[in-house]
Structures are given as C-alpha cells and as structure tokens.
Design a protein around this ligand. Structure first.
Ligand code: SF4
Length: 454
C-alpha cells in the first residue's frame, strides 16, 4: 500500500542531503526559521508552554523531508515531534501559561515546572531504582540489569537524540532533573561487571540515542566489549532512531565511513551487531537516503530490527503498521516489536487501550506474509517484565485478556499464559485484574506487591 493511500503526501523535494551537516533546532532557533510561521498561533503557544516541561528538539531533515506541512497538526511526524497543548493536564497548562507570561527564570515557575515533571512519572517501571546492578556492593550508574541475559548501558555522550519524540518514555533524560538521570562516563564498569556475569550474552547501548556520538567516541564504548575475556558476549545491540531522524549518520556524515568500519570490526570479532531501529511510520522510510542508510548498515554485517510503540495520532491504524513492516522487510530489516505506550510523560494524549492495541496489531499482522511475522506485540515493558497481549477470549463465560511474558524478571515466567478480566479502557498492566476468580496474578507474591507492580 502506498503512502498516498494512507493519506500521506510524499515529501515534495527528494534531495539527497549528501554532505549536509546536522543542525539541531531548539525552540529558540525554530522561532527564527520560516517553519515557525507555518504553525498557527495557538499551537505556537502550546509549544512554548509545554516545552517548559517536556524536551523539544528537531532538525532540518525532519522538518523538510518527513513532515507534510499541509497536514499539520494531524501529520503523524508533526505529532511525533511537536509538543501539543493537550499533552498537559488543562489546569497545569493554564497555570504554566500564566506564570510564563510573567517571564522565565522566576522561582514560582521553576517550582511549578519541577512539580509537574515529577508528577509525570519520569522513570517508569522502577528503572532508576530496581534495575541498577552492583559490583562489590557499589551501584553502577548508567547500567541496568533487569533480564538475566541482557544488560542495558547508557553512555553519557549518547544521552540526547537527533530530534526528540514527544511521547518519549526517556524524556526525563533530556530535561533539567539531573538527580534522576542515568549515564555512564566510560565502559570500565560495564566491562568489569560483564567479566563476573557470564550469563549475560547481550549488551544494549541505549539513551537517548547512542548514534548521536561521533564514531571516535562510540569506539571508546564498543572496543572494550570486543575483549577476549568477554567471550560470552554474543550480541551488541544499539537502540537508535537515527535511521529515521538523521540517516545521513550512516551515509554522508564526515565519519560515516569510519562508523561502518567500526561496525565491521564488531561483526568480524564474531559478535552479532544489531541496530534496534525505532521506526514509527512508513513515511520515515520514504526518502532515498533513509533506504541507503539501511543498506549501508547491512553491508557492514549488522542487522536492523524495527520497533516502535503504538501511538494514538501517530500510527494507530493497522494499515500503517502493515506498510511499515512490508517496506522494512523489502529493505532487509526484521520487524521486532510493537510496544504499548508507557505510563509516563504525556501518556494520556497518546495512549491506546490494550483491547484496541491488540485489534490493530492483529489486523496488521494478518496483512503481511510470514517473513514479517517476526514481530511481537502489543507488548508492555512493565515492572515484572515484557507482557504481551496474546488475545481476547471467553473462558467459562468470562471475557478475558490472554497475556504472557516475553521477558520476565524471573526467567521462569516467560511464555506462561495468564488471564486478566477484559476491560476495554485498560491501558497498562496495573489497570488489569486477574480473571477466573483468581485473587492475584501468578507473578505477584502478595496483594501489597501488586500495588507496586508498575
Ligand atoms: S529517539 Fe528514542 S530516546 Fe530519543 S526522544 Fe525518541 S524515543 Fe526518546
């Protein structure tokens, strides 16, 4: 299915962006660009107010190649990247707007900003507290170890992105809340930790977006992982949206060739290298340079897996997902995850109830061939693990969700089906109740544990 059938215009000028240097636009710079004049005044005010709370950053490629300005504000990439007034509670929005009208830099505004941010659940699923590993009793900042085989690593230099997604569940990494930011300055702790954890086969570099780093900086994090003492490390994954927001990184940036050589070194060391590429909509795969980026990554021996959350107003149609997976497969990528939007930030604006998410997933899955059915979802990255909605059914007269764990804090929970009472409004695991007369889900020890579950 083409983008025109999906109601999306192809980008008007298909220029190659060869040799163009990356230029991030903060709100200050955006105001000076001609794009600002294309945004109606009420939406401009929304951006001004909401950007006090949530991060905003965009670049010239997203503005010129991915957004259809004739369709704003409904355009999916505009929704993906631009802040909207309805992303905040109405009362909070009006209070902020009023405080802001008195000018920035006043203590009352700062206090209000902080209060609202902390109310938006800045670190969901216990990331900041429950998943931080220890070495010799010392917590290791910038590492998370939730699932037995996999360690997440947050390199300090990779804690920003080529543009920000307005729904980002890591938004707190990008705002002025330093005490709740996690990042690691170098790979030393990671390597020491891996040496004594032979059960870890996978490291995921994440952020932010690690591909924001220059190749020479990325090398400082990747090279130590190729050490012979880490024979048990099989796979290095890099979570990134650069393939969508700045594909020039892999094609025409000054160190793009060096980057591919670094990728080759990783794959030639016998490790599997995977780009966990965040694609939200098929329009991100339209520009020729976006396709070239995928081809170049694959030519270095790495593979590209596609994943994204299901987001109201951005990609909540089965045709959009089917097109995304089909195009991805044609380019040699592997559809991997459809996530459920997390319980953080402007979640009320974007969330899709689980019942609807399941229907969209199923309708999309039915449209694609077996090679695209590598995708899993809809999946919640919740406190106990990655919980997937497998189906909706009726058992002994009771309508239920059928769920299972794709990943669990306890590996024994994986692929064990369980049931929750059907609730058409439920959006997350903590809004579900056990079905069939059970008092609690099998993975909950006590009633009080459950209230902490997510
Ligand atoms: S690219 Fe990823 S980390 Fe960066 S803003 Fe988007 S979702 Fe968040």
């Amino acid at each position: 299915m083409s983008l025109e059938i999906l109601g999306i215009q192809k980008p008007q000028s298909v220029f190659s962006n060869e040799g163009e240097r990356y230029r991030p636009l903060t709100l200050q710079k955006l105001r000076k660009s001609h794009y600002w004049q294309l945004i109606p005044p009420d939406l401009q005010q929304g951006i001004e107010v909401v950007s006090q709370i949530l991060p905003f950053r965009i670049n010239q490629y997203v503005l010129s190649q991915l957004i259809d300005w004739d369709r704003i504000p409904e355009d999916p990439i505009y929704q993906l990247t631009f802040l909207q007034p309805e992303m905040l509670d109405r009362g909070d929005y009006l209070r902020l707007a009023s405080l802001l009208s008195r000018g920035t830099g006043n203590a009352e505004l700062d206090d209000e900003v902080r209060r609202i941010r902390l109310n938006l659940n800045p670190h969901p699923a216990g990331q900041l507290t429950d998943n931080v590993p220890r070495l010799g009793g010392r917590p290791l900042p910038g590492l998370q170890h939730k699932y037995r085989e996999t360690v997440l690593f947050f390199p300090a230099a990779g804690q920003t992105c080529h543009a920000y997604c307005s729904y980002c569940f890591r938004w707190a990494q990008f705002v002025d809340l330093p005490e709740i930011r996690f990042q690691a300055r170098d790979a030393e702790d990671l390597v020491s930790y891996l040496r004594v954890h032979p059960e870890v086969s996978d490291v995921i570099l994440t952020g932010g977006d690690p591909m924001i780093m220059r190749t020479s900086v990325l090398r400082r994090y990747l090279e130590p992982l190729l050490d012979e003492s880490l024979e048990h490390l099989q796979t290095i994954r890099i979570g990134t949206k650069t393939t969508a927001y700045w594909p020039q990184r892999f094609v025409s940036d000054p160190d793009a060739d060096d980057l591919l050589r670094l990728f080759e070194e990783v794959t030639q060391s016998g490790r599997h290298l995977a780009m966990m590429a965040h694609y939200s909509h098929p329009v991100e795969l339209e520009p020729p340079i976006a396709r070239q980026a995928v081809s170049r990554i694959r030519s270095a021996g790495a593979e590209v897996r596609m994943q994204a959350p299901l987001i109201r107003r951005v990609n909540d149609r089965s045709e959009v997902w089917a097109e995304l997976w089909r195009t991805g497969v044609r380019l040699g990528m592997i559809p991997y995850y459809m996530f459920v939007e997390r319980d953080t930030g402007p979640r009320d604006y974007f969330a899709v109830p689980l019942a609807r998410a399941y229907r969209i997933f199923r309708a999309a899955y039915k449209q694609v061939s077996g090679v695209a059915r590598t995708v899993r979802g809809p999946s919640m990255s919740a406190h106990p693990g990655k919980v997937r909605v497998l189906g909706i059914t009726r058992i002994a007269g009771e309508r239920c969700f059928v769920l299972d764990f794709i990943q669990g804090r306890d590996p024994d929970w994986v692929r064990r089906p369980f049931f929750a009472r059907y609730d058409r409004r439920a959006r997350w695991l903590d809004e579900l109740e056990p079905a069939l007369g059970e008092e609690r889900f099998f993975f909950e020890q006590t009633g009080s544990d459950r209230s902490n579950a997510d």
